[in-house]
Design a protein around this ligand. Structure first.
Ligand SMILES: Cc1cc2nc3c(=O)[nH]c(=O)nc-3n(C[C@H](O)[C@H](O)[C@H](O)COP(=O)(O)OP(=O)(O)OC[C@H]3O[C@@H](n4cnc5c(N)ncnc54)[C@H](O)[C@@H]3O)c2cc1C
Length: 445
């Protein structure tokens, strides 16, 4: 079934974060002999490295690892990792379903070492192109994938793929097109920026936002800079709690993906309306409680190092000498004011993955809903016009078709399995369709 031409693969994965790592494992465990190659922009596997602040914890149970929901007997489970590291008993003694993000990162690296032969690092995928001699309106059986190696000036090579899995992750969001610089950071680059500065130069720092990252960074800065003032500038009156109660959590179950995909537009809207507080712009209770304890102690000590600017939005930032001057509007006072700090961190979230830039010349083949969003089958395969016989799959960017877990870890194990199964099925049909009279299946909308 697999293609063995050098530079030509049954599956090309774009990005090698947890999602495509889960897919690589699912393909390995099926043993269907599909050839797969993954291209990753970074020099090594890294899962939100710049947010691996000490004590930051996972927001999903360790059972929602790369494999367990699909194959509880997999040798790539978090439990297997703990066993390999000789920590299983101690982990169990902790009575805690939520490992630290550092430990989960270590787990991902442990799993990744067994797939290095399939990954090319420092490889930035520029986009998809049609084959050299594709006739207008004629069938397209494979796609060209342009890959730039080793940085922005590196050489560009072309790989060939029968199927592509786009898994490029979330995109950091800065409000108002604010430019980042030495004193203006996004949370996604936090540790690199923070460690690049002399701590003594950070006497006043601000964190903008009211979600999980904002609360974690406010706590971190308060602890790490004991002589500094930390401003938390938030659009809400206070941080809101993430709902991780059991009934609400079912929204991340594999069955919820079926329900969401098959559901009406109104059902989808209701799911978001009632349950976005399971993940979006909310904070885990443990972080909330510990930050509140600091705020309280701060008041007892009368040092007032932790200042909350409620109901406030940043409206602009200017760099003045070595400082950032943040202009914000407060709904409490209905006034605008300036806040001068040595660094400001925008913990203002991320945009969903957008495959548009990667799709390139394949984009005109992709069918869309009336509102312009991409049609995606339950198997995460883009629905395309029949001439495109290649599969293009999405891991992420499917919030409109597959629901709330689209950018999260919760469903990686199952999703990797679904995509692997679809790849194998289509590959088998393709072989059959070599005989006259057989139709090639297209993704189900
Ligand atoms: C700080 C933080 C903590 C989080 N914690 C949790 C959590 O606890 N639980 C949870 O469920 N979710 C969490 N999330 C959500 C997060 O999206 C998932 O954890 C996870 O990263 C999704 O994996 P992914 O592989 O889809 O994306 P990513 O991890 O973002 O991986 C995508 C990869 O693609 C690469 N890439 C991008 N473009 C290209 C290109 N053109 N060519 C080649 N490579 C490219 C990137 O370098 C990256 O390595 C968190 C998010 C953040 C920001």
């Amino acid at each position: 079934m697999g293609t063995n031409d050098p530079g030509s693969y049954d599956v090309v994965g774009i990005g090698f974060g947890p999602a495509n790592l889960a897919l690589a494992i699912a393909l390995e465990e099926r043993q269907d002999a599909l050839t797969a190659r993954f291209f990753e922009r970074k020099a090594a596997l890294g899962w939100h490295r710049d947010m691996l602040v000490p004590s930051a914890k996972m927001q999903v149970s360790f059972l929602k690892d790369l494999v367990t929901f699909r194959n509880p007997a997999s040798r790539f489970s978090f439990v297997s990792y703990l066993h390999a590291k000789n920590r299983l008993a101690r982990f169990a003694n902790k009575h805690d379903f939520f490992p630290t993000r550092m430990e989960f990162h270590d787990y991902l690296e442990w799993a990744e070492t067994q797939f290095r032969d399939r990954v090319v690092y420092s490889a930035d995928v520029l986009g998809l192109r049609l084959p050299e001699r594709a006739e207008p309106g004629g069938p397209v059986d494979r796609l060209r994938v342009d890959v730039r190696r080793n940085g922005p000036d590196g050489p560009v090579s072309t790989e060939y793929a029968r199927n592509v899995v786009i898994s490029t992750g979330l995109v950091p969001r800065m409000p108002l097109a604010i430019e980042r610089d030495r004193s203006v950071w996004h949370s996604s680059e936090f540790l690199s920026r923070f460690n690049g500065r002399d701590r003594a130069s950070l006497r006043r720092v601000a964190v903008v936002g009211a979600g999980q990252s904002a609360a974690e960074l406010t706590r971190f800065l308060y602890d790490e800079l004991p002589d500094s003032t930390v401003y938390a500038l938030m659009p809400s009156y206070g941080y809101a709690i993430a709902d991780n109660t059991p009934f609400a959590n079912e929204v991340f179950d594999p069955a919820a993906v079926d329900d969401y995909h098959a559901g009406s537009r109104r059902a989808k809207e209701a799911t978001w309306r009632y349950h976005s507080n399971t993940n979006y712009s909310v904070v885990d209770d443990e972080v909330l409680a510990s930050l509140y304890a600091r705020a309280y102690d701060d008041e007892v000590s009368e040092r007032h190092r932790l200042r909350f600017l409620r109901l406030s939005r940043a409206t602009g930032v200017k760099q003045v000498a070595d400082t950032a001057v943040v202009t914000y509007h407060s709904l409490e006072t209905e006034r605008s004011a300036d806040l001068t700090v040595d660094a400001v961190v925008f913990a203002t979230g991320y945009e969903a993955m957008s495959p548009e830039r990667i799709l390139g010349e394949a984009e005109p083949y992709c069918l869309r809903h009336p509102d312009g969003s991409l049609l995606v089958g339950r198997d995460y395969r883009l629905v395309t016009s029949p001439e495109l016989r290649c599969g293009i799959y999405l891991q992420g960017g499917t919030e409109h078709t597959h629901g709330l877990a689209s950018s999260l870890l919760s469903n990686l194990a199952m999703r990797g399995g679904d995509i692997a199964e679809s790849l194998v099925e289509h590959s088998a049909h393709r072989s059959l369709s070599a005989s006259p009279g057989q139709a090639v299946p297209s993704g189900r909308p």
